[in-house]
Design a protein around this ligand. Structure first.
Ligand code: TNX
Length: 513
């Protein structure tokens, strides 16, 4: 009898619906969470997704349906509505009177269904990303699975700490196909990052077509680190990346690195070289040896043409002009060059972004410096901030995704130290740089340089799980910052990545289930 009872209990346990995910199990941590277990809800097979009759809101609804259909196998039709009632489905409600800011949202899960409310479609999109994380990990399956699609009851009110949250992919050292970039965009969207910085040019290759200087890709794109074939994006490719990102509320920030990191351009157009002699193509990993001739007017024609064509392809407000490691262009020659380049960007109606080496150059309205130092003292950058510059923080020893996790990480560098998940998480963008007020900080960005990175699996290994750490620093209020809590919330993402076929580093400090 005892045995029979035990067997019965096991059967009951097997049949019992698994406890839903906890409402607090979200990365990046939301601003406010009010769980209410009496309101747990299960997505029914006949659920309908309704959204305010607005094209951008309906696009988010369609995106949600596409996220949920593969694993559930449910039809999940999308309809527009004038009533905000979820009625046993999911409602996405645009409500401009709501005080949630440009990116905030409110998520309510009740026994009646799910409602996401936001003042913008971007807010709705982020509400959807949160909702996705609250479903069982099987939701990431590309094929239908039989599962109890339970959601934890309660409410979340959420909005980001910083407006700029990004990642950079270096497509110059190694070239990556459009499909790989789209996959990276998906990872960004999941963690509410809103900028993808593409490092499009460097010594080893020029990756974006420029009609007025065709040899930049015709000649300059055919190399990469290690001697591989390289490659480049046609304008159509680039537009495809931009629109895929835009559909995920992500802005592309194109970088044309100047005046250094330009060997590939000099190979294609020796007239830009200081000695007017074409250098040999470069496939190594040294930096700081190349530069376009700052004393030749033709250089500024080149910059105006290139930046003009890139600006025309780019709907976002930013144009990144690099500026790092131009070791052979010094003092006033360097600042004079940067000031001209900054004015060219402004003349194109874009906001200039550059690595923090731009700091000593004259201020220009709105300019943004991307700080990649490795200790929190930088008087030159702090001074540029006093003159009006804003900052994106990418501290090399916390946010550089090309640093190894540990000595045995198979790829990556260690010049800025090893960066395990805790190191990626343990800093505060608001106070990191001495003498820079939090108000000057636009946000954070995690750069991935690709000297040692040759495949999508390599990219994912370095991105995950550190990208979510940087995303949380950019999104979550400081009051939620807590390593132990983050570690546990992050652990739940391992099974999601595994389901989705995504490579990630099984960091030993994370209690993966
Ligand atoms: C420094 S960070 C660079 C890049 C390299 C990177 C390798 C920066 C603005 N410049 O050219 O790829 O180190 O970690």
């Amino acid at each position: 009898a005892t045995l029979a009872r035990a067997a019965e209990r096991t059967a009951a346990e097997l049949l019992a619906p698994p406890a839903p995910h906890r409402l607090t199990d979200v990365v990046p941590a939301p601003q406010q969470v009010q769980p209410d277990p009496t309101e747990d809800w299960v997505l029914p097979a006949e659920a309908v997704i309704v959204a305010t009759a607005d094209p951008a809101a309906l696009a988010v609804a369609a995106h949600l349906a596409e996220l949920l259909r593969p694993a559930t196998g449910y039809p999940l039709p999308v309809a527009d509505t004038t009533t905000p009632d979820p009625a046993d489905g999911i409602a996405l409600v645009l409500d401009e009177t709501d005080d949630l800011g440009a990116e905030g949202y409110r998520l309510d899960i009740t026994t009646n269904g799910v409602r996401v409310t936001a003042g913008t479609a971007t807010g709705l999109f982020y509400g959807v990303q949160t909702l996705r994380q609250l479903l069982p990990p099987a939701i990431e399956s590309p094929v239908p699975v039989s599962e109890h699609w339970a959601l934890p009851g309660g409410s979340i009110t959420d909005a980001p700490r910083f407006p700029y949250r990004g990642a950079m992919l270096d497509v110059a050292r190694h070239f990556f196909a459009v499909e790989d970039v789209l996959r990276v965009i998906e990872h960004l969207a999941r963690y509410k990052l809103n900028h993808l910085h593409l490092h499009l040019t460097d010594d080893q290759g020029w990756r974006i077509a420029v009609d007025s200087w065709p040899k930049l890709t015709g000649v300059g794109a055919t190399t990469e680190v290690g001697g591989g074939p390289g490659g480049h994006y046609t304008k159509a490719d680039y537009r495809r990346i931009v629109s895929y990102a835009a559909a995920r509320h992500i802005t592309v920030v194109p970088e044309i690195d100047l005046p250094g990191h330009t060997n590939s351009a000099l190979v294609a157009y020796p007239e830009l070289a200081p000695d007017k002699i074409a250098p040999p193509p470069y496939t190594g990993t040294e930096v700081g040896f190349s530069y376009v001739d700052p004393a030749d007017e033709r250089t500024y024609d080149f910059i105006a043409d290139v930046l003009g064509e890139v600006a025309a392809l780019t709907p976002g407000p930013w144009l990144h002009i690099g500026g790092d490691e131009a070791f052979k262009v010094k003092g006033e020659v360097y600042t004079g060059f940067v000031e001209r380049a900054q004015r060219i960007v402004a003349g194109l109606g874009k906001t200039v972004v550059g690595w923090h080496q731009l700091a000593p150059a004259g201020h220009l309205d709105g300019r943004v410096l991307q700080w990649w130092g490795t200790n929190g003292e930088d008087p030159t950058t702090a001074d540029a901030v006093r003159r009006g510059a804003r900052l994106i923080l990418s501290p090399g020893n916390h946010a550089y995704l090309d640093m190894k996790y540990a000595p045995d990480t198979p790829i990556g560098h260690d010049w800025a130290g090893l960066i395990d998940v805790r190191k990626a998480y343990d800093w505060d963008p608001g106070t990191h740089l001495a003498d820079v007020p939090a108000e000057a900080v636009l946000g954070v960005e995690a750069p991935l340089w690709t000297e040692s990175v040759t495949s999508l699996a390599d990219i994912e290994l370095l991105l995950l799980p550190r990208l979510p750490a940087i995303a949380e620093l950019g999104w979550s209020p400081r009051a939620t910052h807590d390593w132990a809590g983050f570690r546990d919330r992050l652990a739940a993402h391992g099974p999601r990545w595994a389901r989705a076929g995504t490579t990630f580093h099984r960091a030993p400090e994370i209690p993966w289930p």
